[in-house]
Design a binder for this molecule. Structure first.
Ligand code: NAD
Ligand code: TYD
Length: 339
């Protein structure tokens, strides 16, 4: 069994590679990654020398390169994590989001059609459903919830999902889609809320909270997401969408305060900044389908997951300090300098 994991040098893709090499030591895993600002080869250092692992630096939009890789590897399964993933960056510069997230997905699926595979899995997001109001805690996203996107990021992910379903219906491509809520855990790029807050706390820097900090996200420990995808690619029904979520809704401000408390830092570091444009209020997944059909449930309680995550950032300062000392500085200055 050979699996191509695209975007495997990023946050969730790398955790998925670790999970798969552990859970299925007899599989060959090929990581295809362009190594954008969000991809980090040092993340994969521990698996680089494994005989059943290969890293290939490649853009999913590079049709010739992708076809060549399929000819070399004859993959059985493709799991597509490769994407531009940060909402704030999509507001600044949408174009690359459309290129990678939509057109890159098309190239991968064309390769799947040309060379034949048993499964193409698209890693999508709950953000395709738009948001829910804060005063309706009874509402959740199901797989039937209409697509209703807010940001260029979520619009690009939703477009890709529609294309994936179209390739299934039109060409019979054996696809599945997972739509997951916000992940957290090791190797999370420090531009996202949880790792940014941990890194800034450790450096005694202001903790930027958008608007009033009342927005709610449904946080899932990354390993639980990886297990869900592992299940879907084997047991999920072709042509189906599976929502993946932790039933763990939290307000941003409560997350930031919790991290302050865990790291013994004062809440006076919290700085309320101008809200994100079009900021989604609440995401909340109903994971009944994946539970009933595939028996999946989240295993990591938030209290344990956040401890593990903080411990990881404490033990791996080199990993994130290298990132925030480089090009990321310019991004940070631009996004937060006058906010
Ligand atoms: P990330 O930004 O940490 O990693 C993305 C990876 O994709 C990087 O390694 C990057 O180098 C690579 N990449 C980007 N453009 C590429 C291209 N053109 N060709 C090849 N590689 C390219 O993202 P993440 O948080 O790990 O998210 C992975 C996937 O999961 C994305 O598709 C995202 O939409 C989805 N998702 C993320 C979350 C979350 O909370 N982070 C939640 C639900 C779904
Ligand atoms: P983020 O981690 O960017 O994920 P997403 O936008 O995909 O949900 O943001 C999570 C929440 O935290 C979101 O409501 C925006 C908010 N946020 C802040 O308040 N401050 C920050 O510096 C960042 C990056 C995010």
């Amino acid at each position: 069994m050979t699996i191509i994991v695209t975007g495997g040098a990023g946050f969730i893709g790398s955790n998925f590679i670790f999970h798969m090499l552990d859970a299925h030591p007899d599989y060959r895993i090929v990581c295809l990654d362009k190594l954008t600002y969000a991809g980090n080869l040092s993340t994969l250092a521990s698996v680089m020398d494994k005989p059943n692992f290969r890293f290939v630096k490649l853009d999913i939009c590079d049709r010739e390169g992708v076809y060549k890789l399929f000819e070399e590897e004859h993959p059985d399964i493709i799991v597509n994590f490769a994407a531009e993933s940060h909402v704030d960056r999509s507001i600044e510069n949408p174009e690359v989001f459309l290129q990678t997230n939509i057109l890159g997905t098309q190239v991968l699926m064309d390769a799947c059609r040309k060379y034949g595979i048993t499964r193409y899995h698209q890693v999508s997001t709950d953000e395709v459903y738009g948001d829910l109001p804060l005063d309706r805690p009874d509402l959740f996203f199901t797989e039937e919830t209409p697509i209703h996107t807010s940001s260029p990021y979520s619009a690009s992910k939703a477009s890709a999902d529609l294309l994936v379903l179209a390739y299934h219906r039109t060409y019979g491509l054996p696809v599945t889609i997972s739509r997951c809520s916000n992940n957290y855990g090791p190797y999370h790029f420090p531009e996202k809320l949880i790792p940014l807050t941990i890194a800034n706390c450790l450096n005694d820097k202001p903790l930027p909270v958008y608007g009033k900090g009342e927005n709610v996200r449904d946080w899932l420990y990354v390993e639980d997401h990886c297990r869900a995808i592992d299940l879907i690619i084997y047991k999920g029904r072709v042509g189906e969408i599976y929502n993946v979520g932790g039933h763990n809704e939290m307000r941003n401000i409560d997350i930031v305060k919790l991290i302050c408390q865990k790291l013994g830092k004062p809440e006076s570091l919290i700085t309320y900044v101008t809200d994100r444009k079009g900021h989604d209020m609440r995401y909340a997944i109903d994971p009944t389908k994946i539970h009933n059909e595939l028996g999946w449930l989240p295993e990591t309680k938030f209290a344990d997951g956040i401890e593990k995550t903080i411990d990881w950032y404490l033990a791996n300062r080199d990993w994130w300090e290298t990132i925030i000392s480089g090009e990321y500085q310019n991004y940070y200055e631009k996004m937060y300098g006058n906010r």
